[in-house]
Design a protein around this ligand. Structure first.
Ligand SMILES: [Zn+2]
Length: 457
């Protein structure tokens, strides 16, 4: 199929003699392959376990022709690759996956095919699809396995949000992972590693802060689709969702950090539109299945649902973004001084304020170097943490420990020069009589430095 396509393209252009030879060669190759010589080659195999599922990826020299079936006792998944030979030794593949015990070859259907067997621990849901080449990989066959009995991926479950004095929960989302490296820097740095490192440092800071707790969408090198990430935050009832990424552009010049919030319409900048496109690209890279399911009507429905409950989340997201930018300014260059808006799948949680922090441009050689420096990543994490802390100190969500503390703080008042009972009554919106009762005051006079209990209204 791919070969035939390449001939069509060549014929459309003016044909030079050597191209004609190449076209003839292609025709020959097709004939050869139909006569039973293997044209595809297995070049590698990787196993990416995540807490709830496992992705197995076969590297191939060309687009695969494949079929598969399962066997029980013991549970196996058998994949047949037609017109394929193998150059890769599977005995060295180590699997730490809970689902996949072993990967091995077995006797193929014929001498021009390859049979790969995945020995499974338990029966698994299976999804198999081919992926076209995208740097740094060539053609691939992806096998997604998930435990049939297990619920879909779940972030570490937290205490009931209705309990009093609960922690403020911050969901941290390290961009990309596993088969999806994200952007790749000029000296080969993978975005997925930078995002995970900054995210872990941020989570550490949050967990050290009394009254705050972090949940992470991923804690290792595995793939989660952009649509599942906000879902994980929702399940852990997060108060804020922070997605960490590193930017890239087609030219090496752009640099600096930026913070993004969801746009209800099209992106408001050239870079925003670029990001919308590349995010789509990233979904293709890691999860072809989702792209197929993401029909236009579903998008429309999602949009309608969003419109209803988005207002509060958007305002909060925007306010937090501004503080994050202010804090980042002290530790890195800024690409944009104001929050940017784009319609990105990771930001579409309707009820959870969500921001995306681009910590710098990995495509800029100098910033790539900085991002590879642990101390710089720590500074980035620290400033995002400071911003989040500042925001929630000022506006703690109801029912949290911080909300109770700030109430308690408000409930006592040290009298300063020029203050009277009537002034305090007005300020705290309580009756003078109530303040007097709460403090056993017989007269209306208060003295400077006196600490008064302010009753609730
Ligand atoms: Zn990214």
């Amino acid at each position: 199929m791919a070969l035939r396509l390449s001939i069509t393209i060549k014929i459309m252009k003016p044909v030079k003699p050597n191209q004609l030879i190449r076209a003839c060669l292609c025709v020959l190759l097709i004939l050869v392959s139909q006569n039973g010589f293997a044209t595809n080659v297995v070049e590698g195999l990787r196993v990416w376990p995540s807490p709830s599922n496992t992705r197995v990826v076969l590297d191939l020299s060309a687009q695969p022709e494949y079929s598969y079936f399962t066997l029980s006792n013991p549970t196996r998944l058998v994949i047949d690759l037609a017109n394929t030979q193998s150059n890769f030794d599977l005995s060295n593949v180590k699997s730490t996956s809970k689902l996949v015990k072993k990967v091995r070859y077995s006797t193929p259907k014929n001498k021009n095919s390859v049979r790969v067997v995945l020995e499974l621990d338990i029966p698994a849901n299976t999804e198999i699809f081919a992926l076209p080449p995208t740097a740094p990989y060539k053609n691939r066959l992806v096998i997604d396995l998930s435990d049939k009995n297990e619920q879909p991926q779940q972030a570490v479950m937290t205490s009931d949000r209705s309990t009093r004095d609960r922690d403020i929960i911050i969901a941290i989302d390290a961009g990309h992972g596993g088969e999806d490296p994200g952007s790749i820097g000029p000296s080969g740095t993978y975005e997925k590693n930078i995002t995970l490192s900054v995210s872990k440092k941020l989570a550490e800071k949050i967990d050290k802060e009394p009254g705050m707790r972090a949940v992470m969408t991923r804690t290792g090198d595995y793939y989660i689709s952009p649509n599942d990430r906000p879902e994980l935050a929702r399940r852990s009832k997060a108060d804020l969702f922070v997605s960490i990424h590193a930017d890239a552009f087609t030219t090496p010049q752009p640099n600096g950090a930026s913070v993004w919030v969801l746009s209800m319409g099209r992106a408001n900048s050239e870079l925003g539109r670029w990001m919308e496109r590349t995010e789509r690209h990233s979904e293709l890279l890691g999860g072809a299945a989702e792209v197929i399911q993401d029909t236009a009507s579903e998008r429309y429905l999602a949009q309608a649902l969003l419109d209803m409950s988005m207002d509060h989340s958007l305002t909060t997201s925007y306010d937090i973004s501004k503080i994050v930018i202010k804090e980042l300014k002290d530790v890195t260059k800024l690409h944009k001084k104001r929050p940017q808006a784009a319609s990105l799948a990771v930001l579409t949680s309707p009820d959870i304020p969500s921001i995306l922090v681009e910590v710098g441009f990995i495509s800029n050689p100098k910033e790539e170097k900085n991002l590879n420096w642990a101390k710089h990543r720590q500074r980035l994490a620290d400033s995002v943490f400071q911003a989040i802390r500042q925001y929630f100190k000022k506006l703690p969500p109801d029912g949290t420990m911080w909300a109770s503390l700030s109430k308690a703080e408000k409930r006592t008042h040290r009298v300063r020069s020029g203050e009277s009972l009537s002034l305090l009554a007005q300020r705290y919106n309580v009756r003078i009589k109530a303040i007097k009762e709460a403090n056993n005051l017989r007269t209306d006079t208060v003295r400077i430095g006196q600490v008064l209990t302010i009753p609730s209204t």
